[in-house]
Design a binder for this molecule. Structure first.
Ligand code: GUN
Ligand code: ZN
Length: 439
């Protein structure tokens, strides 16, 4: 059989992070920076990374080298919590979580019973991720299985690594958005069989949050997780104070909000809980013990008035954390903008978020939160070749500010503070250029 090997070579300034073991601002030994480097990928994986000088003996003779002399090339950003059906409702005015769901979110999500509609938004959503330098995301669909097919089909066309799942919701929502404990189980099982591990697709069992699932449904979700231990669990936790009080009234026999999920076997290494703004000490302990991860969603927490997430605690309590945009409760697809707001949230609590720590959370830390750090998060050989080409001077103001940058971390910090989709020059997925900014 004839087999063709797909190779690409990209030259430029490369920056990635090897590990981050503390919040210290002095972590240069964990940073890899190549002023003039080359990355060679083969069949979607990183085959070689080194200096331009050393690259000569590794480059096949006839290979085209894509050169980005001015830009900064970093691992693709990882969004650990986002809702694709809420793309069209970003910026819905005036409500906090529970009334926001009823007023805006549920009516929007009903439209996704129509596969044609779902496919149209899924396509837009995937393009918007690329435009913002996001190459992997953990995504909520709606209750409709068609909405999951629509998203995975859109991602499959560009070989993008996405984790997604059908929402489970059998109470406290409009009838048109409710499944049952049994249908949620059956539909999720069929979707797992169809998508989990197909190409780069991975499946997440996705109960919306404890208030919209009966105990019977959460039990079924736990049963599924037992049957398919390497699928993900993705849900919301401790976002808003009224929500927490509601969970306590609905599940009085449990010790608290997280204990509801824990009781049904939904915590663990591949469980990601969005928000976690108001966790109690015992819950931090449970997150740590079970190796569960948090998706910190700064723009959403501010927009919905949910509260200030204590990022520093994730280091103190050793709990994995990634960044989430939480579109449409969040207000931007950009992980740069997400970091910008994350920094301000720490400032309001008397803490700091350094540029390198933020960079870690957006790349390798996000990969760890998704239990994908063996495949994603930096440029180590054999990892998947997802990366972003960043233009640090996308506006006149940015160019002026960058001309005064004192160091790489100062330049990075200014990018995070002022940056957005205008800074994304190109996005590569599995070694191929999947997005190029138009001039
Ligand atoms: N909690 C339950 N559903 C949602 C949702 O769609 N968005 C947010 N931010 N929180 C939720
Ligand atoms: Zn959410």
């Amino acid at each position: 059989m004839f087999s063709s090997v797909q190779m690409t070579a990209v030259r430029g300034r490369f920056l990635d992070i090897q590990s981050l073991v503390s919040q210290s601002e002095h972590i240069p030994e964990q940073i890899r920076y190549l002023e003039d480097g080359v990355l060679i990928s083969e069949d979607g994986k990183i085959k070689w990374l080194g200096t331009w000088q050393d690259a000569q003996s590794h480059l096949p003779q006839d290979i085209q080298i894509q050169h980005y002399p001015e830009q900064l090339i970093v691992p693709g950003f990882i969004d650990t919590h986002i809702h694709y059906p809420q793309t069209e409702m970003v910026g819905a005015y005036g409500e906090q979580l529970l009334s926001w769901l009823n007023t805006y979110t549920f009516p929007t999500e009903i439209q996704f019973q129509d596969k044609v509609y779902a496919s149209k938004i899924a396509e837009f959503f995937v393009q918007e991720l690329l435009k913002n330098g996001t190459t992997t995301a953990l995504v909520f669909c709606t209750v409709h299985p068609e909405s999951v097919d629509a998203l995975f089909e859109a991602a499959e066309r560009i070989q993008m690594r996405l984790i997604a799942g059908k929402v489970l919701m059998d109470r406290h929502a409009p009838d048109a958005l409710c499944d049952t404990a049994q249908s949620a189980y059956d539909d999720s099982k069929a979707l797992i069989e169809k998508w989990h591990g197909k190409g780069r697709a991975l499946y997440a069992i996705t109960p919306r949050f404890a208030p919209t699932s009966t105990p019977e449904q959460l039990e079924k979700a736990g049963q599924l997780k037992q049957e398919y231990p390497d699928v993900y669990v993705h849900t919301h936790l401790s976002e808003n104070k009224d929500e927490i009080a509601w969970v306590k009234s609905l599940y009085p026999e449990q010790k608290g909000y997280l204990d509801v999920y824990h009781h049904y076997g939904l915590t663990g290494q591949r469980s990601v809980f969005a928000h976690c703004v108001h966790l109690e000490d015992e819950e931090w302990e449970c997150m740590h013990q079970t190796h569960s991860a948090i998706a910190f969603c700064p723009t959403s927490n501010l927009f919905l008035g949910s509260g200030l997430f204590p990022l520093k605690k994730t280091w103190d309590k050793q709990v994995k954390v990634g960044l989430g945009t939480d579109i449409g409760g969040g207000t931007s697809f950009s992980l740069l903008q997400t970091v910008n707001e994350a920094y301000k949230i720490q400032q309001l609590q008397g803490d700091k978020l350094s540029a390198y720590e933020a960079f870690y959370h957006a790349t390798l830390g996000g990969a760890k939160a998704l239990d994908l750090d063996q495949k994603l998060g930096n440029f180590n050989l054999g990892k998947e070749a997802d990366f972003v080409v960043l233009d640090l001077k996308a506006t006149e103001l940015q160019a002026l500010r960058q001309s005064r940058s004192k160091s790489l971390d100062d330049a990075l910090f200014a990018l995070f503070t002022m940056g957005d989709d205008r800074n994304i020059e190109a996005t590569y997925v599995y070694g191929q250029c999947a997005y190029q900014k138009s001039k």
